[in-house]
Write a protein of this length. Structure first.
Length: 645
């Protein structure tokens, strides 16, 4: 069943987003991020093209987000269907391999925008906010690439990024026809009329209102194009004269902008769009120019001598501190204040402390209100604030996600066929601990735990293996075993996932250690957290011999019990097996797993002397956890186990 994630309570939805994602965990992850970056939009989730068609008809999406890794056969035809029904919608494709050079040359003028796996949350947020952002009225819809302007370059980029083999058949409004062959993600052949190769590809790139369809690539197809697809694409793109999109004619009422000048330098095209649109909406008189690299940015600063520079700390050619040093060396640019942006907060803070022209910083990802507020305050302060006046804006809470590593699943798993019912329940997501925003900045909406989009079941069950060292054993006056007191012999635990679907979604390639444990008012475990460790799980050797080191008599209600304490040099060890439910995954800002969150299903556990991996979750003797003692870090320090008879 597809998920429908509503906007925050108390807000009126501005529109909807349709997410096409075949992996349940990523669907929850991306949906969670969308609640952060597009809180006024309802998100609906489809696992197949068939579901997407139904949901698009119901929700009329403003934005399509499509994970094309691995690919969806028939996506070209689907996009044409959506073009006819939702021509003003925009599309963000999640795929691999779209080079920065192509992105820089296409800019935002294609109907399809791309974000590369694995992506950081800041880049994803910038892309979403840019595509849903307040587009400047002086520009036509075509300048920001809506579905209504879908063309062959979009489809070629899409299929090459998917790394697949097929033929793209092309027809234009003048009844011209042609074909483009793609072999394992490389452009191998193009033909139209009497032309072939790159010339033919460039010719077809110029066709207006072209319609594309997918077909099987013939095994005997000729190869008229050689070389990396990105190089071939750019050559055809330039031959078609598409490197410089047609200028936008200003409306009759447009007036020259007379406001303060800002230069924005960032290597993420979508972030540039987002920043430019947000600032222009807040103050239409601002004169904003952008640059995608450090060298171009310095030239632009020297050309306009801006009132403020927004500078990304990490650029492909020059880092932020080098750019700031060059600006300080020139008299004309030395007094220009710099607002530095980065997701690498410690490095950015260190650079800002060294450079007197860096007057403030903002950590990615940031929300529009925070950016506007900081820019307005910095512009109002004028050139070169004193170092003591510097401000720092903390990052918003990282968008939550549900992958156990970066968002880059293997290409091997097969997607479900359209209409195939593969519903499995998956864990919900919670955000990582975050720093509060500075008081002067509007706080972001509180991140909520996102419920699983599919019907809940027992597919999230996991079996936890924890090795224990016996502290003492109690016996009744009839010498029947009573309670066992034990402590963890190691904080490293094992996890066994009976569900094949869950194992595929969460391929655990790392070990885990006990983290914080939450208890209810009766002292029973409710929630257990596990933290990843680079050290893989190694089964410990159990020892079933119990050598008595001391004997004590303890009261037990109306009758006394005997407590046996093992010899210090010969501790008894065993393995506790507990069935838990995986209910959440907490991630770092780079989408790396920070914690697994497990619900303690029952007090009933099993204890075994087997030191092997968990082969049978019902092996061993049945016990119940009667009491838990936690250490100062809220980790399990000791358990009291009672046998179940």
């Amino acid at each position: 069943m597809p998920a429908s994630l509503p906007s925050f309570a108390g807000t009126t939805p501005q529109g909807s987003i349709l997410l096409l994602e075949g992996y349940d965990a990523l669907a929850v992850a991306i949906s969670s991020a969308l609640k952060k970056f597009a809180p006024r939009y309802v998100t609906v989730v489809a696992r197949s093209l068939a579901e997407a068609r139904v949901l698009a008809a119901k929700s009329a999406p403003n934005l399509f987000i499509i994970d094309f890794d691995p690919s969806y056969p028939g996506l070209t035809e689907f996009l044409h269907e959506m073009q006819g029904a939702h021509a003003t919608a925009r599309v963000l494709i999640i795929a691999a391999g779209v080079s920065r050079e192509i992105a820089a040359e296409r800019r935002s003028f294609g109907a399809l925008q791309f974000i590369e796996k694995s992506f950081e949350v800041a880049d994803f947020g910038a892309a979403v906010q840019a595509l849903l952002g307040p587009w400047r009225e002086s520009e036509s819809a075509s300048s920001r690439g809506t579905l209504g302007f879908l063309s062959l370059p979009d489809i070629v980029l899409l299929q090459c990024a998917g790394g697949i083999s097929l033929a793209v058949q092309v027809k234009d409004s003048a009844e011209h026809s042609g074909v483009v062959h793609i072999l394992d993600g490389e452009i191998s052949h193009a033909e139209t009329g009497g032309r072939s190769g790159v010339d033919a590809l460039g010719e077809m790139f110029t066709w207006s209102e072209a319609r594309m369809s997918e077909a099987e690539r013939p095994a005997s197809a000729p190869r008229t194009i050689h070389g990396p697809w990105a190089v071939v694409f750019l050559e055809a793109w330039r031959r078609a004269g598409l490197s410089k999109p047609p200028g936008i004619l200003p409306s009759e009422e447009a007036r020259p902008k007379t406001g303060k000048k800002i230069v924005v330098i960032d290597d993420t095209e979508m972030l540039l769009i987002f920043v430019e649109d947000v600032l222009a909406t807040a103050d239409p008189n601002l004169q904003i120019t952008t640059a995608l690299d450090g060298v171009s940015g310095i030239k632009e600063i020297e050309r306009v001598i801006p009132d403020l520079v927004l500078l990304d700390y990490s650029l492909p050619d020059l880092n932020g501190d080098e750019i700031c040093r060059r600006l300080l060396q020139e008299e004309r640019t030395a007094r220009v204040p710099v607002l530095m942006m980065s997701g690498h907060v410690p490095e950015m803070a260190a650079a800002a402390a060294r450079l007197e022209n860096v007057v403030t910083t903002i950590a990615k990802p940031f929300l529009s209100d925070a950016l506007v507020d900081l820019v307005q305050r910095t512009l109002a302060a004028g050139p070169r604030l004193a170092p003591s006046s510097r401000a720092t804006v903390a990052p918003v809470a990282p968008a939550p996600a549900a992958a156990v590593a970066a968002l880059k699943p293997s290409r091997e798993p097969k997607r479900p066929e359209d209409g195939e019912n593969t519903s499995e329940s998956i864990p919900a997501i919670v955000s990582a601990p975050s720093t509060q925003l500075a008081e002067s900045v509007t706080a972001a909406p509180k991140v909520q735990t996102v419920s699983p989009p599919l019907v809940s079941g027992r597919q999230n069950d996991v079996v936890l293996g924890l090795f224990l060292e016996v502290v003492s054993m109690q016996f009744t006056p009839q010498l029947r075993m009573g309670a066992v007191r034990a402590k963890p012999s190691s904080f490293t635990v094992s996890l066994h996932m009976p569900s094949a679907a869950l194992r595929e979604t969460f391929p655990l390639k790392t070990g885990f250690q006990l983290g914080q444990t939450e208890l209810d008012t009766n002292g029973r475990i409710t929630t257990l957290r596990l933290s990843p460790t680079l050290k893989p799980f190694q089964p410990a050797l159990t020892r079933n011999a119990f050598e008595i080191g001391d004997v004590a008599v303890i009261p037990a209600q109306a009758r006394e019990r005997v407590e046996l304490i093992p010899a210090a040099a010969a501790a008894m060890t065993m393995q506790l097996l507990a069935q838990l439910e995986l209910v959440g995954v907490q991630l770092s800002p780079t989408f790396q797993v920070a914690q697994l969150i497990l619900k303690w299903r029952s007090d009933a556990v099993r204890v075994t002397f087997s030191s092997n991996g968990i082969a049978d979750e019902k092996s061993g003797a049945a016990f119940e956890t009667a009491a838990i003692r936690l250490d100062n870090s809220a980790r399990i320090a000791e358990l009291l186990l009672n046998p179940i008879r």
